[in-house]
Every structure is written in structure tokens, then in C-alpha cells.
Design a protein around this ligand. Structure first.
Ligand code: NAD
Ligand code: TYD
Length: 352
């Protein structure tokens, strides 16, 4: 059995679906179902005997310890987090609670479970910590991409709490020998992404006839990775990653935000033209910049490519087209997640 935390969120759900589709062993998914958790994401495996959902918080150490023992867990893949930079600016406390305290409690439970395993199982146990490239800070236009040895310079409350969790994970390996592996990944996109993040938000707003908000000058650069490629990287890390090591994961697809939005508009113009025949580009609106907005992220994924043989299968052009098609084909999913508290968030954040 493997324990996935945050498996009802965007990347976690994609991972659980991908893991079982590739014949992986049974999964128990522990998720608190915050605004970002959605069990509909796991509908395709609802009846699968290899899958079990547990509604709970990673900070509940008793629950986690019980789960680890009862399910004979041999690996933890830790996705659960507060993950949206803008929300961390409006309210950082939940980020400290889940990303820092939550990861700490999970590590404590994992350490107790691991220490009690028979010697043979202890060596095979893995704690895979899913983190972000945002811990490394912001790059200048000519800087080389982030490697695993870049210093940590987190700039947002989100990045700072992820950095703290990475340090805790590292400390548990160094001090206690817990077999951890950390991945630091670039911006993901693909199916089931909550439409508060740039790509699904733009698709949703475009189709709804709403403005496409670009922060500042739109020249900020992200290194986009199709979520299925991220899942493949995590599978590979679980299989062959070396305990104590860090692996950077990226799509080798640096794009300025404004170019991402133009690409999305171009695909939508082709696949679902506006009724008036004009381009979705007319909906682009420049809005006030995010405070402390990082200018550029880029990942050097040489280490995972050369040591584990992982490379992304999708280019940005192929992955973004697949993604737009998915959102067009899953309007019910979008309608469900954009009701209720989502509307409150949009009103509060974009009003300013
Ligand atoms: P998400 O916000 O879509 O999902 C997070 C999930 O965690 C949700 O299902 C939520 O209910 C659950 N959760 C939150 N707090 C919890 C708690 N206290 N206990 C149990 N469950 C809880 O996030 P995502 O985009 O899928 O990101 C997953 C992980 O990948 C995060 O750790 C994030 O930092 C990391 N990451 C994300 C990206 C990206 O582009 N989305 C890139 C690199 C790394
Ligand atoms: P986002 O998807 O929030 O991811 P992250 O902040 O983790 O990189 O944002 C991606 C980029 O898009 C980031 O530079 C901020 C920008 N952005 C906008 O320009 N407008 C928006 O409405 C959003 C949500 C993001």
C-alpha cells in the first residue's frame, strides 16, 4: 500500500489515477478536502478495489499513525499543501498550518512507523516530498536555470512555507535516517486544475466572456510542465530515487505569461470560436501586479534525466492543446468547482 496525501487536489488526483492505470499497488488517499480538494477528480476509480479514501488532516498524527500501521504502508507520497501564491498573500496562516506544521506531523508519524518496521522493510520505505521550484526564488533573464544546489530564496508566504517543509524533510533524513526523496517541480498544468491558477482560469473566463487578467506587464516567465509528465517523474523517483537526494523536475518550456494567454486564446479561437467571430484575445486585461511577483522560474532537470532517465513526453504545444480539449469536454466539472466559495474568492481578489 502507498499513502498519498492531498490526492483529491490537482496533481495528487492525477497521480493516483496515473499510478493505478500503470498497475501500481493499492493507494490510500488522505485528504482534508479543503476548497482545493474534490472527490469528483477521482470518479474514474470510485469502484476500484485498489483505492481507498480517508477524509482527514495530515496534522492529525494519531490518524496518520493508525493509517500507516493498519495499511502496512511502504511509501508516502506527500502532495497535501496550500498551494496558491495569491491566497498565501491574502492569508498566510493556513500555509504555515498545513505546509509547515502538517509536514512536520506527517514526518513524525512516518518516523515512528518506519522505526517500527522489520529491518528488511525499513530500507525499502520511502517518504517522497513533492515541492516546488518557487523555493529557489526568482531568476534574472540571463541566469542559468535552477539546479538542486541553488540556494533557497523563497519570496512569497507560499514559497517560504514550502521551503520550511523541504528543510524539515532534509533534517529528518540527516538526523534520523528517514529515507526521504524531495522533488522540486515547475508550474504544472493539465486536467483537474482548480481554476484559480492561470491556465484553467483563462480558459474558464474566456468561455464565460469575462476579462483575462494579466498581472503587471505579463512578461513573468514560468517553466510549464504537463501534469502527466510530473506524475511519471514521481513514479520514477519512487522506483529508483536515492534517499536523501533532491530532484528538480521541469518541462524545459519557459514561457512568458502573456504568451501563454495568447496561445490559449489561439487554441480556443480554433476549437470553440466566439459567437461574434472575434478573438478571445480581446478579453485580455492588464491588472495590478501581484506583490513580490517573481519574475522568472526555470528548472534544470539534468539530474533526473541522467540518473533516473526521466524526460517530459509532452511539449508545451501538445500539452496545452490536450488541456484545452479536456476543459472543453469537462464543462460540468468546471461548473461544479466554480460555484460557491470560488465566486467569493474571485470577487475578493480581482476587485482590487
Ligand atoms: P492543490 O491545492 O490542487 O491540492 C492540495 C490538496 O491537499 C487538496 O486536495 C487539499 O484538500 C489537500 N489538503 C490541503 N491541506 C490539507 C491538510 N491539512 N491535510 C490533508 N489534506 C490537505 O495543490 P496541487 O497543485 O495539486 O499541488 C500539490 C503539491 O504539489 C503541493 O505540495 C504543491 O506545493 C506542489 N507543487 C505544485 C505545483 C503546481 O504547479 N500546481 C508545482 C510544483 C509543486
Ligand atoms: P499561478 O498559476 O498562480 O502559479 P504561480 O504563481 O505558482 O507561478 O500563476 C502563474 C503566473 O501567472 C504567475 O506569474 C502569476 C500569473 N497570473 C496572472 O497574470 N493572472 C492571474 O489571474 C493569475 C491567477 C496568475
Amino acid at each position: 500500500m502507498i499513502l498519498v496525501t492531498g490526492g483529491a487536489g490537482f496533481i495528487g488526483a492525477n497521480f493516483v489515477l496515473d499510478w493505478l492505470a500503470h498497475g501500481g499497488e493499492p493507494v490510500v488517499n488522505l485528504d482534508a478536502l479543503t476548497y482545493a480538494g474534490n472527490l469528483q477528480n477521482l470518479q474514474p476509480i470510485a469502484g476500484d478495489g485498489r483505492y481507498r479514501f480517508v477524509h482527514g488532516d495530515i496534522r492529525d498524527r494519531d490518524l496518520v499513525e493508525r493509517l500507516l500501521a493498519d495499511q502496512a504502508v511502504r511509501a508516502i507520497v506527500h502532495f497535501a499543501a496550500e498551494s496558491h501564491v495569491d491566497r498565501s498573500i491574502h492569508g498566510p496562516e493556513d500555509f504555515v498550518a498545513t505546509n509547515v506544521v502538517g509536514t512536520f506531523r506527517l514526518l513524525e508519524a512516518a518516523r515512528a512507523h518506519w522505526a517500527a518496521l522489520p529491518a528488511a522493510d525499513r530500507g525499502a520505505f520511502r517518504f517522497v516530498h513533492i515541492s516546488t521550484d518557487e523555493v529557489y526564488g526568482s531568476l534574472g533573464p540571463a541566469d542559468p536555470a535552477f539546479t538542486e544546489t541553488n540556494p533557497y530564496q523563497p519570496n512569497s508566504p507560499y514559497a517560504a512555507t514550502k521551503a520550511a517543509s523541504d528543510h524539515l524533510v532534509r533534517g529528518y533524513h540527516h538526523t534520523y535516517g528517514l529515507p526521504v526523496v524531495t522533488t522540486n517541480c515547475s508550474n504544472n498544468y493539465g486536467p483537474y486544475q482548480f481554476p484559480e491558477k492561470l491556465i484553467p482560469l483563462v480558459i474558464h473566463n474566456a468561455l464565460a466572456g469575462k476579462p483575462l487578467p494579466i498581472y503587471g506587464d505579463g512578461r513573468q516567465v514560468r517553466d510549464w510542465l504537463y501534469v502527466g509528465d510530473h506524475c511519471a517523474a514521481i513514479r520514477r523517483v519512487l522506483e529508483a530515487g536515492v534517499p536523501g537526494e533532491v530532484y528538480n523536475v521541469g518541462g524545459a518550456s519557459e514561457m512568458a505569461n502573456i504568451d501563454v494567454v495568447h496561445t490559449l486564446c489561439g487554441i480556443l479561437d480554433e476549437l470553440q470560436p466566439r459567437a461574434d467571430g472575434r478573438s478571445y484575445r480581446e478579453q485580455i486585461t492588464f491588472v495590478k501586479d501581484r506583490p513580490g511577483h517573481d519574475r522568472r522560474y526555470a528548472i534544470d532537470a539534468t539530474k533526473i534525466a541522467t540518473t533516473l532517465g526521466w524526460r517530459p513526453a509532452e511539449t508545451f504545444a501538445s500539452g496545452i492543446r490536450r488541456t484545452v480539449r479536456w476543459y472543453l469536454d469537462h464543462q460540468d466539472w468546471v461548473a461544479d468547482v466554480t460555484s460557491g466559495s470560488y465566486r467569493d474568492w474571485m470577487a475578493k481578489h480581482y476587485a482590487s
